[in-house]
Write a protein that binds this ligand. Structure first.
Ligand SMILES: *Cc1c(COP(=O)(O)O)cnc(C)c1O
Length: 306
């Protein structure tokens, strides 16, 4: 088994926030997975580690935003394994001394901060340099948007949904779509069409839905139907948050549930709206799949200060 084959995350039953929302709220706490900076990238990358067979001394190259959970989690896993992470980072207004970059450096990761056109050539250059040193190089697609990432969520989805067959809805934040795709496959395999709804955190309806359907078909082509992807709450795109999203985040914190406005807060806002409009009936049993994002929330707090 893999180096990162740790225990599972807790499932909280009947969370008090549910009373406020008018539903029975269950929460899969992937923000409490037993690995630093827990979130869905931990599950996705643990499967990626196994599928690519990362070993001590190997070089792991990936790309993502300066503040991306994917890159941070990869840096942690590389440090734990004694592998080398090289991160090709983009979209950063942040300078050398930013907390996000200092955290990566503290983990021993190396990185380049480049513009989006430079991502592919930079990855190719670093790969060639590392191979010239006779190191085994693994390239991990941004966001761990890979078949292994989908399988990670298919497998946990099957465990959780088969143990709780009385669920009426499963709701999660959907970004690149691999997490959503995995949970969707699990639901279809259990005969629960329409159980899972992904709330888009950035992409508009057509493109976002197509990405989830594509990710489903990498792993289980027969399940590539009836994907429920709701892009009504993207608030103008990635990293932007409306007042309604911020209110959903604030409400959750008041109940001791840490959410963030980039990912989980949008999903919670969507859940609230769906209860209001009756798409989710009052009193339903709803599993909210918490995908992490605490670091995003902390970053947004410091940005508000500056
Ligand atoms: C990456 C991320 C997501 C989106 O996951 P996808 O598999 O890309 O859809 C959701 N929530 C958090 C906190 C994330 O870091």
């Amino acid at each position: 088994m893999s180096e990162f084959d740790f225990g599972d995350s807790p499932l909280e039953m009947d969370h008090p926030l549910g009373t406020h929302l008018g539903i029975r709220l269950f929460i899969q706490r992937d923000d409490l997975l037993p690995f630093p900076l827990a979130g869905n990238k931990v599950r996705k990358l643990a499967y990626e580690a196994r599928s690519q067979d990362w070993q001590r001394g190997d070089v792991l190259i990936t790309n993502g935003g300066v503040d991306s959970n994917h890159c941070r989690t990869l840096a942690f896993m590389a440090a734990r394994l004694g592998a080398r992470a090289h991160l090709v980072l983009h979209g950063g207004q942040q300078d050398e001394g930013s907390p996000a970059l200092r955290l990566l450096a503290a983990l021993g990761a190396t990185f380049d901060v480049v513009s989006s056109e430079e991502i592919a050539p930079t990855i190719a250059r670093v790969q060639a340099e590392q191979r010239a040193k006779d190191r085994l190089v693994h390239i991990i697609p941004g966001g761990a948007h890979t078949p292994a990432g989908v399988e990670a969520y298919r497998d946990v989805g099957l465990r959780v949904m088969s143990a709780h067959q009385d669920l009426d809805h499963v709701v999660l934040a959907s970004g690149t779509g691999a997490t959503h795709a995995g949970l969707h496959i699990a639901a279809i395999q259990l005969g629960a069409t329409g159980l899972v709804t992904g709330i888009s955190v950035a992409r508009h309806q057509e493109r976002g839905l197509a990405a989830v359907v594509e990710a489903v078909s990498w792993v289980e082509p027969s399940a590539a139907r009836s994907v429920q992807f709701d892009a009504r709450f993207v608030d103008g795109g990635y990293g932007r948050a409306s007042r309604a999203t911020r209110e959903a985040v604030d409400l959750a914190w008041q109940y001791g549930l840490p959410l963030d406005a980039t990912y989980t807060g949008k999903a919670m806002r969507g859940l609230r709206e769906m209860v209001r409009e009756g798409t989710i009936a009052q009193g339903s049993r709803v599993l909210f799949w918490h995908t992490g994002g605490l670091m995003n929330h902390l970053t947004s707090l410091t940005e508000e200060l500056s």
